[in-house]
Design a protein around this ligand. Structure first.
Ligand code: SAH
Length: 342
């Protein structure tokens, strides 16, 4: 199997060079060339021609070609559908916030977590992405727009902790000073709550913000929409969150999609408030994005207001997520599903 050079650190590329009879420093040259946008070995003009030929025999530079690009007329949010080297497609979203440009990227093609409200999981998991394929979503958007990305959210298609090793390598690569050099504190990793992997992540020494997709104030409601709730209870999930906070000193973010008639009453807000009391956390309220063929409806404006105010009485930091790209199906998985007619 050919090795994927964009998923490698300069040191690993250096070893590859040495194994091919070249000096180690060539690894750094390759690394830098990749981040300058070289997508074919012929573009590495500082490398000897015979070596370039050898490299293309033994390795490859993965690509992500823009298949579709939608620009929101409301707020300029850009949604990309990329075609990967094997023809699979993934989506990413570029958003402009006052604190900088944020890119929401996918970690898998499809997803096997099965959340009832989510478009990404409709046809299950196709495959996990390599670190390079996560990087490419950012690199190609930066190239296309001529703008830099300063923040990343792993909130596109897929469950990041179900693709653990590749996601960890991606985080270290994207943070590399010779590469994109994006600060780990500017990166949020969102999970539906794989408790064992949260504990593992806490030990990696990566100060990313952990975002938990909670979406329910109790196990009974959570089980109605999130199959993962059958594996781990909210109690077990929150204990893992506490251990994560203790180990990393980082505050946790909880995502809570308000679904009309499911989890959006004042009582639910009280239940959630009690549950999270004493946690160093932040709650992100998201009006659910209704997706095709699913019957979930967004909560009424007033319900959102009452829910938020009730939660705030528990001294919990709450924000209602501003909806970007509402006109371009900006929620994860929607564009790919439409393109594949899922
Ligand atoms: N698998 C990860 C990350 C991907 S989804 C996770 O579960 O966190 C990113 C966020 O969008 C999650 O909080 C997810 O629950 C939420 N989400 C998915 N579909 C949605 C929809 N239709 N409306 C609102 N939020 C949705």
């Amino acid at each position: 199997m050919k090795s994927d050079v964009l998923s490698m650190f300069p040191e690993e590329l250096g070893e590859l060079c040495v194994s091919l009879g070249q000096p180690k420093y060539r690894g750094k040259q390759i690394f830098e060339g990749l981040y300058k946008g070289n997508r074919d070995f012929s573009e590495f003009t500082s490398l000897p021609k015979v070596f370039r030929d050898k490299l293309s025999e033994l390795s490859f530079i993965p690509t992500a070609d823009i298949k579709r690009k939608l620009v929101s007329a409301i707020d300029g949010t850009v949604k990309y559908l990329y075609t990967l080297h094997d023809g699979e497609t993934v989506e990413s979203v570029f958003m402009r916030y006052h604190h900088g440009n944020t890119m929401c990227i996918s970690t898998q093609v499809g997803c096997r977590m099965g959340c009832a409200f989510c478009a990404s999981t409709k046809a299950g998991l196709v495959r996990s992405l390599n670190p390079s394929e996560m990087l490419l979503q950012i690199l190609e958007a930066e190239r296309d727009l001529g703008e830099r990305v300063s923040n990343i959210v792993l909130m596109g298609m897929g469950e990041p902790l179900d693709n653990y090793d590749n996601v960890i390598k991606f985080l270290r690569l994207v943070n590399h000073e010779g590469g994109l050099n994006i600060g780990l504190r500017h990166i949020s990793l969102s999970t539906c709550g794989l408790v064992d992997k949260i504990d593992k992540l806490a030990l990696e020494g990566l100060p990313v913000t952990l975002s938990i997709s909670l979406h329910a104030p109790n196990d009974e409601i959570r089980k109605q929409t999130m199959p993962i709730a059958n594996k781990w209870s909210i109690k077990e999930l929150l204990s893992a969150c506490k251990r994560y906070i203790d180990k990393t000193g980082r505050r946790i973010s909880f995502e809570y999609a308000l679904i009309s008639g499911v989890n959006d009453t004042k009582d639910h807000a009280h239940e959630l408030g009690k549950l999270l009391t004493g946690m160093i956390c932040h709650v992100n309220i998201i009006p659910v994005n209704p997706i095709k063929e699913k019957n979930f409806q967004e909560s009424e404006k007033n319900n959102i207001k009452v829910f938020t105010e009730t939660l705030e009485t528990y001294k919990i930091n709450v924000t209602v997520r501003r909806k970007l790209g509402a006109d371009i199906n900006a929620s994860c998985g929607q564009l790919r599903a439409e393109d594949k007619k899922l």
